[in-house]
Design a protein around this ligand. Structure first.
Ligand SMILES: Cc1ncc(COP(=O)(O)O)c(C=O)c1O
Length: 407
């Protein structure tokens, strides 16, 4: 008899986005003429940068000729991309990362979801609340939690992100082994300072913990004082790994390319406290379960580091950041407090009422779709997330409608 991994029975159905779709569909049915503007989902709307498309085309042409055709590539990624990443994303900012510590993949979602399988089943995990759901759900699937009760899984150390702590969690009081951090944050848009990040690195060193640092939105940082990588923090190489993605940086959500950095000093411990470099285990997993990102996609990703590519990527993120600024201004003008939107494409708005109630009001009165914060965790109750990923025209129209609705 084929038996189920019963941890899957503990999972909550992906209530958030299905409930949003249901409510939007109902509204559309009842208001067939009304145009809906979607500022809910975190998907980009603008085309790939020209430099990426040119590299993509060129690499596709290489695949059409026996002399330049490529079959299976190295699972970890081609050297041309790994070297560009190490040089441009890390060494250029004083972070000591080498090309052979970079593992190219098809998504930060996959990497942040898959990495947990390298760790023992009974480790203590610390998860922010509100959170990008992948971190918690993959640990539930692996059996690292108890049942779901009152909005939370038993056995998890939740890191509350609240107004009071400016959505940057405090260190846990207890000892935890695996810590998920994401800055700039999805969903709150909050950022972390070097001083605050140092505290996490110190904590991890003291407790022999590991930090999974998700920097998928790093491109949106404009404040030069903020760290773009955890590896800008002293000793982070011993206790942290970092995932990044071209999805939001360069519009690759449908093209798929990302990477995770595992420094050689980063250790994992066996039951007898013997230490082992994590790098080798991730390499083993990656080469066993993954066959690499396609050659044209890696060439397209590499093009983000050319002079033209860098300019175009910046232009793209500036565009969304300008949307974010307009959203922030409009929200603040309506006397609603918000965070994010300055070094992040997400604006986290204090709705002064139940998240779903505010969501429904914006949908029915303004025809604008946002994301209720309650769907990201208990601490998200009372907030909504507004995404800056849309055209300027749609953002302006949506804001005008919201202002009218809240008059
Ligand atoms: C925090 C965070 N990490 C990772 C991802 C997924 O990135 P990718 O498209 O590379 O899988 C997202 C996408 O929304 C995200 O918000």
């Amino acid at each position: 008899m084929i038996r189920l991994n019963e941890n899957y029975l503990k999972l909550q159905s992906s209530y958030l986005f299905s409930e949003i779709s249901k409510r939007v569909a109902l509204f559309q049915k009842e208001n067939p003429g009304k145009e809906i503007i979607r500022l809910g989902i975190g998907d980009v709307t603008r085309a790939l940068p020209k430099a990426c498309i040119e590299a993509f085309h060129k690499a596709t042409d290489e695949m059409a000729d026996d002399a330049t055709f490529r079959g299976y590539g190295p699972e970890q990624g081609y050297d041309f991309l790994r070297e560009a990443i190490a040089r441009e994303d890390f060494q250029a900012r004083g972070a000591e990362i080498n090309a052979d510590e970079v593992f190219v993949s098809d998504g930060a979602k996959c990497d942040t979801g898959n990495i947990q399988e390298l760790f023992a089943g009974d480790i203590r995990i610390a998860i922010p609340d509100p959170v990008y759901p992948v971190y918690i759900d993959t640990n539930v699937m692996a059996g690292r939690t108890g049942n779901y009760n009152d909005g939370r899984y038993e056995g998890v150390v939740y890191l509350d992100c609240t107004r009071e702590n400016h959505f940057v969690p405090e260190l846990p009081k207890e000892t935890v082994d695996l810590i998920y951090l994401c800055f700039p944050n999805n969903p709150t848009g909050a950022t972390i300072t070097k001083t605050e990040l140092e505290k996490w690195v110190d904590y991890a060193k003291k407790n022999k913990s590991l930090i999974i640092y998700d920097a998928a939105y790093e491109e949106f940082i404009r404040d030069e004082e903020l760290p773009r990588s955890i590896f800008e923090i002293k000793d982070a190489r011993e206790v942290a790994i970092e995932s990044r993605s071209y999805s939001k940086t360069a519009g690759f959500t449908g093209t798929r390319c990302a990477y995770t950095v595992i420094p050689k000093e980063c250790m994992v411990y066996d039951a007898s406290c013997g230490k082992h470099p994590l790098h080798g285990f991730w390499n083993r997993r990656h080469t066993t379960k993954f066959n690499g990102v396609s050659y044209p996609v890696q060439r397209a990703a590499e093009a983000t580091y050319s002079e033209e590519g860098k300019k175009q990527v910046k232009e793209l993120s500036n565009y969304y950041l300008e949307n974010a600024k307009l959203i922030r201004q409009a929200v603040t003008g309506l006397c609603l407090a918000c965070t994010g939107g300055e070094n992040s494409p997400y604006i986290w708005v204090d709705s002064l009422r139940d998240s779903w109630e505010f969501f429904s009001m914006l949908l029915t009165e303004a025809g604008v779709v946002t994301t209720p914060g309650a769907g990201f965790g208990r601490c998200g109750q009372g907030f909504i997330r507004i995404s800056a990923f849309n055209s300027r025209a749609n953002v302006e129209k949506a804001l005008a409608r919201i202002k009218e609705a809240l008059k």
